[in-house]
Design a protein around this ligand. Sequence first.
Ligand SMILES: [Zn+2]
Length: 286
Amino acid sequence: MIIDCHTHINYYDDDNSPALPTTLEALQREMRRNRIDMALVLTSYKVNPGRPSIRDVVLATRDLKDIYAVAGVSYAKCRRETLVELREYLQEGTVRGLKLYPGYEPFFPNDPALRPVYEMAAEFDVPVMIHSGDTFDARGRVKYAHPIHIDDVAVDFPEVKIVICHIGNPWIRDCMEVVYKNSNVYTDISGLTLGNFTDRFESYMCKQLQDMLLYGVEPDKVLYGSDWPIATMESYLQFIADLRIPEKDRNKIMYQNAARLFKLSIGNSSLDTGPVFKWFGGAKGE
Ligand SMILES: [Zn+2]
């Protein structure tokens, strides 16, 4: 069983051609080819034909049992109406988390203006994924994307579960500390490379991740994600294989943590899912 908790269906080199339905079909094809059982699709902080809105992604995925949406929230454009709309999707279970993009947009994650976003995440008990580390776009401003700023949010909102995306790369040690210190903070390993890993970079990253798991970050706090289509699914699965994680920990990282956090029903009674699963009863749109 594999859940990829971090994928996108955006066009990264063309804002003007409509991404849907082509990119969603490509995602489904890649999932089949790589035996990925479930995926979360994260929408962008900007909306244009190449970057579909959360509304369009919800409409395109609401009848799929293996793809769920995570709503990208723009710091600059978030209005009361945005939250009203998101609330509806959170209520029906079509949206399973929120995503913020500090660095891509110039704001720190602990900005007081984001309080309503964190409060909504607490109310619906959905994780807030926060971009962290290097930006794919050179116009990003990385001081905002340093994982250390996420500690403040973790402390101010202890009931909100937070996912630091991309293990804060290259600030992996800082990310480690924030995850280690705060029981409500997790991290995903997505987006560590563009396209395929080169051999040298892969062994470097393997070492970083092995160190992270060795020196204090519990496997319960780490989630598998690829950042497809920015990184390929094949190279990510190879990367995981090369990590040589013990099977018990591997299962946590590959699907159990994501299933628990995003309340994804995976039809496996051996999971300690707790009562939260009953809220959604598995299928979405119910
Ligand atoms: Zn991403």
